[in-house]
Design a protein. Structure first.
Length: 734
C-alpha cells in the first residue's frame, strides 16, 4: 500500500510539473523541430494535427510548421520565438497561411536565409536548405532584418560571411547581404512569399496581379484514367497515326519547341468534357513541372493534349502565344519563378503569380517574331533527328556534294551551331526588351543577372567571328524566313520582321580581343562538345563566351566530337535498317548466312549505294560509327537504339527494331520490325528461317565428318553449339 501511494504520488507530481510546463508563459521559445511532411504522418498524429493545427491557419502541411504555432502559444505577449528549419515555408503556396500568420501575428525581427548546407552545420548527414529566424510576438513598426547567404556563396564560407554581415550591421557599415524591409511590404506579392531582397520598384510590379490577371487558362494538363502510362505511345511506335493524337508530357529541359514524342488514342481524349477538350486543343505554351535546370517553355500546338505533369497557359491567338513564350523564357520570368518557388517542383499556381506587364504593340510584335524564329529554328533542328516526329533526313546525308561522311557531319555541326547561335542571340534581344518593358532599375537588372547569368548572346565578340557569322547568316536568311512564316502560318509584314533588328544587335555587340592562349584553352574543350549535357549553350555559359565566337572557332578547327558523331551514325543506321525492313516482305532479315534470305549486312551495303553513297564512303562508315559494322550490328546496335529512345525514365524502352538471337554462338540471329510483327511472323520465323539455318548447319556438319584438321574440328564444335542454341530457341518460340 505504501509503495502504491509512493508511485501514485510520484506520477501525480510529474503530471503537475508537466502541466505547469505546458501552461506557463515563457519569455523565449526556441526549436529545431522535426521535418515531416503531412503525407508521412501516422494515423494518430494526423488526427491530432488536423484537430489542432489545420484551422483557422493551415499549419498542418509539415510537422515543423505546427511547432511555429506551438512556440507562439508558449510565449507571453512580449516574448520571442527562435526557430531553425527548412526554407520551404518562405515561398511555396501551400505554406501561404503560415506566412500570413507570421506577418499578421508577429514581427519578423531577423531572418537568416542560409540556403543549402553541405558541410553538416545542422548535423551529420543532414542536407537541406535552411532558414533560421527570430520573431517577436508583439507587433512593431521597425524594419525586419534579412541576411542573404544563398547567392554566390559556397557553404564553407557561409558562417564566416554571416558573422561579417552581422558585425557590419552593428557598426553601421553597408553589406550586400543585409536587407531591411518593412513587414507590410511582404503582403504586396500574392500569397505573401518572403521575397525580401528586391527593390520597392520591382515589388510594385507584383501589385497589378500576375499572369492569371491577363491569361485566364493557366493549369496543369489532364489526368489520364487509371494506369495512365499504358495509354502512351511514342511517335515511332504508331502504325496508324489517324487513331492517335499528340500528347505533351514535359521531358528534358528544352526551350521554344520540341519534346513532342508521345501520342495517345483519340478515343481516350474523345471522352473528355467539351470544356476541357476545347481548352486542350487550343494554342498555348507548356513546360514540365520538374527540372533541376529550371522551367523551359515550349510551343503547344493546336490539337496537342498536355499531361498533368506539365504547366500550361492556353492562349487564344498566335501573337499572344509567341509573345508569352518569349516572356516566360526570359531572365526576368525565370528569376521571379524561382523566387516564388525555389524548389525543382514548380506548380501552375506559382506560374499564375508571375507579374505580367503589358507591352506596347511594337514591343509585343518584335518579341513574338523573335520567339517565332526560335521555334522555326528548333523545328529545323528536329528535322535531323530520328526521335522527332518532324524527322526528314539524317545529318549523315547533309551536304551531299561532299565525298566524305565525316566532312558532311562536320558541315552539319557548323550549320546546327549557327542556328542555335541565332536562338541564343534572339534570347539576348528578348531579355533586353523585357527589361525595357518592366522598366527595371540598373540595380534590379544586375540582381537578376547575378542570379540568372548574363545573356550569352550579348557577350563580347571578336571582330573576325562576327564578320564570318553575318556572312553565313545572309546565306541562310531566306531559309529562316520561309521556315518561320511557313511553319506557323502567322501574318507578317516586312517592317515587323526582326531580321534587321537582329543584324543591328549583332553589329552593336562589344568587341573583345582574345589571346591565342585564351582561344586555345576554349578550343581544347571542343572534343567534349555535345557530351553529358554539354550542348552549345552550356559550353558557352561555362566558358563565358559568346556563341558567335564558338561557332566561328569550331568551324575553323578539324574537331568532330566522336560521341555525337557516333550517335548520329547510329540514328542514320537505324533509319536505314527501318527502311530495309519495311521494304522486306515479312520484316524479318537474318544476320547470319543460309537462313532463308539475304543477310542484313549485304542489304545495308546495297542501300548505301542506292542512297548515292560510294563504296569508299560505305567502307569509311566504320570509322564514323566507332566500331566495325558487323560487330556493331551483332553486339551494340539494339542496346544503343533502346537507350537512345529511352526519353522518359518511367516509361519502358521502345525500340522499333528488335534483335532476336539464339545466343552468343549465333546459331540464329535476325532483326525484325515491330510494324510487321505478328503471331504469324513468329511462326514463319520458326518454320522458314530457323529451318533453313538449321538445315544448312547440318549439311555443313556432314561435309566435315571426315575432316580431322584443327580448323575443321573447331568448326564442328561451333556448329554443335549453334545447333544446341537453335533447339533451345525453338522451345522459347513454342
Amino acid at each position: 500500500q505504501t509503495k502504491n501511494n509512493t508511485f501514485i504520488s510520484s506520477k501525480t507530481r510529474d503530471a503537475i510539473t508537466f502541466l505547469e510546463l505546458l501552461t506557463t508563459q515563457y519569455d523565449v521559445a526556441t526549436a529545431n523541430p522535426p521535418y515531416t511532411d503531412s503525407s508521412d504522418f501516422g494515423k494518430d498524429l494526423k488526427a491530432f494535427i488536423d484537430d489542432n493545427y489545420k484551422t483557422p491557419f493551415k499549419f498542418h502541411i509539415n510537422l515543423y510548421a505546427t511547432f511555429i504555432k506551438r512556440c507562439y502559444e508558449f510565449v507571453r505577449d512580449d516574448g520571442k520565438i527562435a526557430m531553425i528549419h527548412p526554407h520551404t515555408f518562405m515561398f511555396i503556396k501551400s505554406f501561404e497561411d503560415v506566412r500570413k500568420f507570421m506577418i499578421e501575428k508577429t514581427h519578423i525581427d531577423s531572418m537568416v536565409d542560409f540556403g543549402l548546407d553541405r558541410v553538416n552545420l545542422f548535423g551529420a548527414g543532414i542536407l537541406l536548405d535552411a532558414t533560421f529566424y527570430i520573431l517577436s510576438k508583439s507587433q512593431s513598426n521597425q524594419d525586419g532584418l534579412y541576411f542573404n547567404l544563398t547567392t554566390n556563396l559556397q557553404e564553407k564560407f557561409k558562417k564566416e560571411k554571416f558573422i561579417e554581415a552581422l558585425n557590419d550591421l552593428i557598426t553601421e557599415k553597408e553589406n550586400e547581404r543585409v536587407y531591411k524591409l518593412t513587414q507590410s511590404k511582404l503582403k504586396i506579392i500574392k500569397s505573401f512569399p518572403f521575397i525580401y531582397w528586391i527593390s520597392d520598384e520591382f515589388r510594385a510590379k507584383f501589385d497589378g496581379g500576375g499572369l492569371s490577371g491577363n491569361f485566364e487558362n493557366i493549369s496543369v494538363g489532364m489526368q489520364m484514367p487509371g494506369n495512365n502510362e499504358k495509354y502512351f505511345r511514342f511517335s515511332w511506335e504508331i502504325k496508324n497515326e489517324n487513331d492517335f493524337t499528340n500528347y505533351a508530357k514535359g521531358g528534358a529541359y528544352n526551350k521554344w519547341y520540341g519534346n513532342n514524342w508521345l501520342m495517345v488514342p483519340i478515343l481516350l481524349v474523345d471522352n473528355l468534357s467539351l470544356e476541357v477538350a476545347e481548352k486542350q486543343k487550343g494554342f498555348g505554351v507548356t513546360s514540365g513541372r520538374q527540372s533541376s535546370k529550371g522551367s523551359s517553355f515550349r510551343l503547344k500546338n493546336s490539337n496537342t493534349f498536355v499531361d498533368n505533369g506539365t504547366m500550361n497557359v492556353f492562349v487564344e491567338t498566335q501573337i499572344e502565344t509567341f509573345y508569352l513564350l518569349g516572356f516566360l523564357n526570359s531572365k526576368i520570368s525565370s528569376y521571379v519563378f524561382n523566387c516564388l518557388n525555389p524548389t525543382v517542383n514548380k506548380q501552375a499556381g506559382d506560374l499564375k503569380r508571375i507579374p505580367f506587364v503589358l507591352p506596347k504593340k511594337l514591343q509585343e510584335n518584335l518579341i513574338a517574331n523573335l520567339a517565332e524564329i526560335a521555334i522555326s529554328i528548333k523545328k529545323i533542328i528536329c528535322s535531323f533527328s530520328i526521335i522527332e516526329p518532324d524527322f526528314l533526313i539524317s545529318p549523315v546525308q547533309f551536304l551531299t556534294s561532299s565525298s566524305d561522311i565525316k566532312t558532311r557531319i562536320k558541315a552539319f555541326f557548323n550549320y546546327e551551331n549557327h542556328l542555335l547561335t541565332q536562338v541564343l542571340i534572339n534570347e539576348a534581344i528578348i531579355n533586353e526588351k523585357i527589361f525595357e518593358i518592366y522598366e527595371l532599375t540598373p540595380e534590379d537588372i544586375a540582381m537578376v543577372l547575378t542570379k540568372e547569368g548574363e545573356s550569352i548572346g550579348g557577350l563580347p565578340v571578336c571582330e573576325e567571328a562576327r564578320a564570318a557569322y553575318l556572312e553565313f547568316n545572309n546565306a541562310v536568311r531566306p531559309e529562316l524566313v520561309e521556315g518561320c512564316g511557313g511553319s506557323t502560318g502567322s501574318p507578317r509584314t516586312e517592317d515587323l520582321f526582326p531580321l534587321n533588328h537582329i543584324q543591328e544587335f549583332i553589329n552593336a555587340l562589344p568587341v573583345q580581343t582574345f589571346t591565342a592562349e585564351e582561344r586555345q584553352k576554349i578550343e581544347a574543350e571542343f572534343p567534349a562538345l555535345y557530351q553529358n549535357n554539354n550542348d552549345l549553350e552550356a559550353f558557352c555559359i561555362r566558358h563565358a563566351v559568346n556563341p558567335i565566337n564558338v561557332w566561328a572557332w569550331f568551324k575553323q578547327t578539324n574537331v568532330i566530337p566522336k560521341q555525337r558523331m557516333a550517335n548520329l551514325a547510329m540514328e542514320f543506321l537505324a533509319d536505314l535498317i527501318r527502311e530495309i525492313l519495311m521494304e522486306d516482305e515479312d520484316g524479318i532479315i537474318p544476320l547470319v548466312p543460309n537462313a532463308g534470305g539475304k543477310v542484313l549486312l549485304d542489304r545495308i551495303e546495297a542501300k548505301f549505294i542506292e542512297k548515292g553513297f560510294s563504296l569508299a564512303q560505305y567502307s569509311s562508315f566504320d570509322s564514323v560509327l566507332g566500331k566495325p559494322l558487323p560487330e556493331y550490328l551483332n553486339k551494340h546496335f539494339f542496346a544503343a537504339l533502346s537507350d537512345h529512345l529511352n526519353l522518359f525514365m518511367y516509361l519502358p524502352k521502345t525500340p522499333f527494331i528488335w534483335h532476336l538471337t539464339s545466343g552468343e554462338q549465333q546459331g540464329f540471329d535476325c532483326y525484325v520490325i515491330i510494324y510487321k510483327w505478328s503471331r504469324d511472323k513468329l511462326m514463319r520465323l520458326r518454320s522458314v528461317y530457323l529451318e533453313h539455318r538449321e538445315r544448312a548447319l547440318m549439311n555443313r556438319q556432314s561435309d566435315l565428318v571426315n575432316n580431322d584438321s584443327a580448323d575443321a574440328q573447331n568448326e564442328k564444335d561451333k556448329i554443335f553449339k549453334q545447333l544446341k542454341e537453335i533447339e533451345a530457341f525453338k522451345v522459347k518460340i513454342d
